[in-house]
Design a protein around this ligand. Structure first.
Ligand code: RP5
Length: 173
C-alpha cells in the first residue's frame, strides 16, 4: 500500500475505525475511506483480511475488534464479497460494507453479495465504489457521541451546501 502514505497521515496509534479489505487490489477504492477519516482526524487502521483466503484471521479480527477499541468497521471486497457480512456476524460493532467493482459485472456481484443480509445481522452498505461515503458515515457514527467531531461534520455539510450553491450561480451567470 505504498500510495497510502497521505491517507494514513492521521494518528493511527489508537485507531477507532478499522478499514479492512479482501485484497490489496481493493486499496485504490478503499483508500477513499481512509482519506475521509484523515480529513476529520479520525484515527484508523487499514489491513487485508480475506474472508476466503484467511477465514480464521477474519474471524479473529471481527471477534476482537471491539475489545481492541475499534468503534466502527469499514469492510470492502469485490466479487463474492462475504467479508462485511461475516464480520458483522461476529462483532457487535457497526459494519459498513463497500462493494468493490472488479473487471466483470461492474460491481453488481459485490453489491448484491453485501447488501442482502439476513434479518438480525445488519451491514450498512454504501454504493459500488462508495468508500468515501463509508468513511463519512463512520465519522457520523462516531460524531453521535463526540461533540467536536459533530461540529466538524456540520462545518463539512455547510461547505458542501456552499459548493452546490456556487455551481448553481455559475450556471445562472
Ligand atoms: C476479493 O477478491 C477481494 O476483495 C478482491 O476484490 C477480489 C480479487 O482479489 P485479488 O485476486 O486481486 O487478490 O476477495
Amino acid at each position: 500500500m505504498s500510495d497510502s502514505r497521505s491517507a494514513e497521515a492521521a494518528d493511527t496509534s489508537r485507531p477507532t475505525v478499522g478499514i479492512v479489505m479482501g485484497s490489496d487490489s481493493d486499496w485504490p477504492v478503499m483508500k477513499l475511506a481512509a482519506e475521509a477519516l484523515a480529513e476529520f482526524g479520525v484515527p484508523f487502521e487499514a489491513d487485508v483480511v480475506s474472508a476466503h483466503r484467511m477465514p480464521a484471521e477474519m474471524i479473529e479480527y471481527g471477534t476482537h475488534a471491539a475489545s481492541r477499541g475499534l468503534k466502527v468497521i469499514i469492510a470492502g471486497a469485490g466479487g463474492a464479497a462475504h467479508l462485511p457480512g461475516m464480520l458483522a456476524s461476529v462483532t457487535p460493532l457497526p459494519v459498513i460494507g463497500v462493494p468493490v467493482p472488479l473487471k466483470y459485472l461492474d460491481g453488481m456481484d459485490s453489491l448484491l453479495s453485501i447488501v442482502q443480509m439476513p434479518a438480525g445481522v445488519p451491514v450498512a452498505t454504501v454504493a459500488i465504489g462508495g468508500a468515501r461515503n463509508a468513511g463519512l458515515l463512520a465519522v457520523r457514527i462516531l460524531a453521535a457521541s463526540d461533540d467536536g467531531l459533530r461540529s466538524r461534520m456540520e462545518d463539512f455539510q455547510v461547505a458542501l451546501r456552499d459548493q452546490a450553491h456556487a455551481k448553481g450561480e455559475r450556471l445562472r451567470a
